[in-house]
Write a protein that binds this ligand. Structure first.
Ligand SMILES: Cc1ncc(COP(=O)(O)O)c(C=O)c1O
Length: 482
């Protein structure tokens, strides 16, 4: 994609789209935001959008849809079986991901459930570059375990390593030898590794993983939820592919996998999900589980309108102007924060900006959840809703002990083509103020902790009156301003 330069010399990301349908936002006063935090148990998942100004919780299902996606939703063929909407989706999956057989599911974690039901047993081990919450939950739910095999560089917050999502090939070999290939139902690679800051793997690394998988006769499963973004960063960062195109890069990746699955909430700016493969054997192993858990094989629990939007959205994944918008805004914000020495994951990845709560809230012990505290504090002083991606998002071990996350991150998602640059500047401004007043942020403790995926439904409370003190300082500095 050609770079657009400003005469002023400013390095600004320029929107290559215009807004034609808009949604009004509300920035409620800080007193109301404080009440909302107590009502929602200091868990940003529990906030109501009527109290949220910039919703940076996730890019999942919140990317802006295109005019062509909305138009496609009008031609949906609602038949229970044999729907033409599904035929259009199958063709899009084959054209974009290069896989002939498609099993539709209602979202990404449903694919993870089906793959785990089919392949994971008690004693199974699934090596992966890094876990995603729902992938891990489904594997452990079926009695399996996971092992994360990133290189050490992946955990360095301020780095210039272009591919922090790479899998450690030497460790992968070791794990297979120790555990025995027969106990490893598949190797899972996640494109744009979500929980370490949306960091990509290189195609060379994926080729190396494939070679190990071939050597030991193990399936390679690719989580393609963020494959468009991974492909975009390969185009920018991997010598062999500079000057190539999105379609070629995506196909080069998916051709290396036996089985691909995705959350369409991310991949195609719609809803839904899918599992796809060129292997009839794999298809048959999974097929019967779709009507059992999801719905008939031509809708998989999705609305037909979403299927149409998904088909168009898949083709739009090949358009660099669509995919580059979010990463270019993220890069802008990351570099502005870095200039102010606010600790943030670098190099800029995809899906969001990731702040290092371990450094920002170094005074809060990990058992009081620094990333959750930072998320609550940012919401209080700005109405910006981010997501904790730290120990609250971890699950307890099999003996019920707390497991601490490798990184305590506050993720501020930048969904595709949703925010304007002045909104991103507001984020930067409020983060700068919060960083200068970070000593006022305190810890959190659970008062309701559900046993599974506790970060969704859990309720917490502050370890003192720090929210009131933070609000008082905000009012002192900002007066009547919202
Ligand atoms: C990498 C990755 N895999 C799987 C999922 C699960 O997808 P879903 O939310 O559609 O269930 C997500 C969701 O954010 C994800 O980021």
């Amino acid at each position: 994609m050609q770079e657009i330069k400003f005469y002023s010399g400013e390095d600004l990301p320029l929107e290559l789209h215009k807004a034609r349908i808009v949604q009004k936002l509300h920035l409620v006063p800080i007193e109301r935001r404080l009440e909302a935090l107590y009502e929602g148990g200091f868990n940003t998942f529990q906030l109501s959008t009527k109290d949220v100004f910039l919703d940076m919780l996730t890019d999942s299902g919140t990317n802006a849809m295109s005019d062509n996606q909305l138009a496609a939703m009008m031609q949906a063929d609602d038949a229970y079986a044999g729907s033409q909407s599904f035929v259009r989706l199958q063709k899009a999956v084959e054209d974009v991901l290069g896989k002939k057989h498609l099993l539709p599911v209602h979202q990404g974690r449903a694919a993870e459930n089906i793959i785990s039901v089919a392949y994971v047993r008690k004693g199974s081990l699934v090596p992966m570059n890094y876990h995603f919450t729902t992938a891990m939950a489904h594997i452990t739910d079926k009695g399996g375990q996971i092992v994360e095999l990133l290189y050490d560089e992946a955990y360095v917050i301020n780095s210039d390593h272009p591919f922090k999502g790479n899998m450690n090939i030497e460790k992968l070999e070791e794990v297979i030898v120790q555990k025995g290939a027969k106990n490893i139902p598949f190797i899972r690679m996640e494109a744009s590794t979500n929980l370490i800051g949306g960091q990509p793997f290189s195609i060379q690394n994926l080729r190396d993983v494939r070679a190990v998988a071939n050597k030991h006769g193990i399936r390679l499963v690719l989580d393609c939820s963020l494959i468009g973004e991974n492909a975009y960063l390969v185009l920018q960062r991997e010598e062999e592919f500079i000057g190539s195109d999105m379609g070629t890069v995506i196909r080069t990746m998916t051709d290396l996998a036996d089985l691909c699955y995705f959350s369409a909430r991310k991949l195609s700016s719609s809803r839904g999900g899918g599992i796809c493969t060129n292997s009839m054997e794999i298809f048959r192993e999974l097929e019967a589980l779709v009507p059992l858990y999801e719905g008939f094989l031509t809708y998989g629990g999705m609305s037909i309108r979403e299927i149409e939007a998904m088909a168009v959205g898949l083709y739009e994944t090949l358009d660099e102007t669509v995919i580059s918008q979010s990463p270019s805004f993220i890069k802008y914000l990351v570099e502005e924060l870095h200039k102010k020495q606010i600790p943030v994951i670098r190099p800029a990845g995809v899906l969001g900006v990731h702040l290092d709560a371990m450094q920002i809230c170094a005074h809060i012990p990990q058992k009081q959840y620094p990333a959750g505290s930072l998320a609550a504090a940012l919401y209080l002083i700005s109405g910006i809703r981010g997501m904790e991606r730290g120990s609250i998002s971890n699950q307890r071990d099999e003996y019920g002990n707390e497991t601490y996350a490798d990184m305590e991150l506050l993720r501020l998602a930048v969904p595709r083509r949703v925010f304007t640059l002045s909104q991103i500047k507001y984020v930067e401004d409020r983060l700068t103020w919060l960083y200068d007043n970070r000593h006022l942020i305190g810890g959190l403790k659970f008062n309701y902790e559900p046993p599974v995926l506790r970060f969704f439904m859990g309720k917490l409370e502050p370890t003192g009156d720090w929210p009131q003190k933070l609000m008082a300082k905000f009012k002192e500095d900002f007066g009547d301003s919202l």
